[in-house]
Design a protein around this ligand. Structure first.
Ligand SMILES: [Ca+2]
Length: 442
């Protein structure tokens, strides 16, 4: 269960505190959404403001100060313990200190806090002490209205004096209730009813519908009703419930691009051609959004939408190769199969060389110069399968004039062959079945 750690705001100024109180503030002022109450050191401080767009309150600014400097970001970004990512439906901020914030880039914003912050938070999200109403709406025996409570956490800009616009309470909204109940209590949400206080969401739905007016047919697909139903769905999923796909063509329908389908619960990290098992590594709750149908992954390389993994392309050296296409490199051939390179290593011997008595090139191609005066191991395979030694010594007037005087090849089984410029000696100490090996050099 995570409901007691989540604070959220959605739709037309609805809020739910960490402790579960639901209230509405229809205001365009700037508020502390949640912060630590301690003033000496603030791990986090999140502020939020809405603005009025055609009679609808939409989130216009969210400011997160998280344990460090404020940074401008390009997504995705991970820096100093803070990760900011964008999925098709959400912008998500995760902070190591124990905070996750999720914004749907529209009306809904949610913060999940670690248990360790219990009874230490300030702001519209309440004190997180695990008790409803106390001490948010009843403090020291005094009752507070939501707008009194919100006033405590209002933070005006430097030149601003913001006052909350009071709601018009005279409207009779009860006529809207049956419609909200019909949707929110429907069987699609049956797994949510034991997890969330559906009545609070019904009241929020009634309030929004009332605010929007009487035209039900116009409202059925509008934010008037959908923002609260969507929020219930989101919070239900977060709390461990599994709402069935409740959206229909006539109720809060969401269309998706590229043959994707809308789902209330999909992986926050989608499987793609470049990472077809990404969702298996996601440790987070599922989220709602557009997802590729089962059996397909998102083609993030050529932009063909959702494709079976077998139709995925591959990338090598910034070039894209279609399924079945291949590239050849020294000693290997790779074929693109289902988004992955399948490589065949060809039998391709490695070469090490000593040239000019001092210029050595390793099996892996590293060249260096060394003027020796001794016998050196040029190559050796452990457990005495073979040892090749080279004798380097001065052969000119200066110490930088060195020559490879001789090479000795010793094989397991006792074959030792020594090669000099003019002679080759081979001694066989025991009989062996090893193939004879020739060392050649210039
Ligand atoms: Ca409380």
């Amino acid at each position: 269960m995570h409901t007691d750690q989540v604070c959220s705001t959605w739709g037309n100024g609805h809020f739910q505190t960490f402790d579960g109180d639901v209230f509405q503030i229809q205001s365009t002022c700037n508020y502390v959404f949640t912060s630590l109450c301690r003033d000496s050191y603030q791990d986090f401080n999140i502020q939020i403001r809405r603005q009025n767009e055609d009679g609808r309150l939409v989130i216009s600014s969210i400011v997160l100060k998280l344990d460090g400097p404020v940074v401008e970001v390009t997504l995705p970004l991970c820096q100093s313990g803070v990760c900011i990512e964008k999925t098709p439906t959400y912008i998500r901020v995760k902070a190591k200190l124990g905070l996750m914030a999720l914004w749907n880039m529209d009306d809904s914003f949610m913060v999940e806090l670690d248990e360790k912050y219990r009874n230490q938070t300030c702001g519209l999200c309440g004190d997180f002490n695990g008790r409803l109403i106390h001490d948010e709406f009843i403090s020291h025996g005094v009752q507070m209205s939501p707008s009194d409570f919100a006033d405590l956490w209002k933070i005006d800009g430097p030149t601003e004096i913001c006052s909350e616009s009071k709601q018009n309470p005279s409207w009779n909204c009860s006529a809207m209730r049956p419609m909200c109940e019909r949707i929110l209590s429907s069987s699609a949400f049956s797994s949510c009813h034991g997890l969330l206080d559906v009545d609070s969401f019904t009241s929020a739905c009634v309030s929004d519908l009332c605010h929007c007016g009487n035209d039900f047919n116009r409202n059925i697909n509008s934010p008037c009703i959908c923002s609260t139903v969507s929020e219930l769905s989101r919070q239900c999923v977060h709390a461990g419930g599994r709402p069935t796909n409740w959206r229909t063509r006539t109720l809060c329908w969401k269309s998706c691009p590229d043959s994707m389908q809308y789902s209330e619960c999909g992986s926050p990290v989608p499987d793609t051609c470049s990472n077809p098992e990404a969702s298996q590594t996601a440790d987070d709750h599922c989220i709602d959004g557009c997802f590729c149908p089962p059996g397909t992954v998102l083609d993030d390389l050529t932009g063909k939408g959702c494709v079976p993994q077998s139709e995925c392309s591959c990338v090598y050296n910034n070039q894209t190769y279609g399924p079945g296409e291949s590239y050849h490199r020294k000693c290997k051939t790779c074929v693109c199969e289902a988004g992955r390179w399948r490589c065949l290593q060809r039998n391709c011997p490695g070469t090490c060389s000593v040239e000019g008595g001092a210029h050595i090139t390793t099996f892996d191609g590293k060249a260096y110069t060394f003027h020796g005066d001794c016998s050196y191991t040029l190559a050796e395979v452990k457990y005495n399968q073979f040892v090749i030694q080279g004798e380097l010594s001065q052969c000119g007037l200066t110490i930088t004039e060195t020559c490879l005087k001789s090479v000795t090849v010793a094989l397991s089984g006792g074959i030792v062959s020594k090669h000099t410029h003019t002679h080759t000696h081979t001694h066989t100490h025991t009989h062996t079945l090893l193939p004879k090996v020739f060392a050649h050099f210039t």
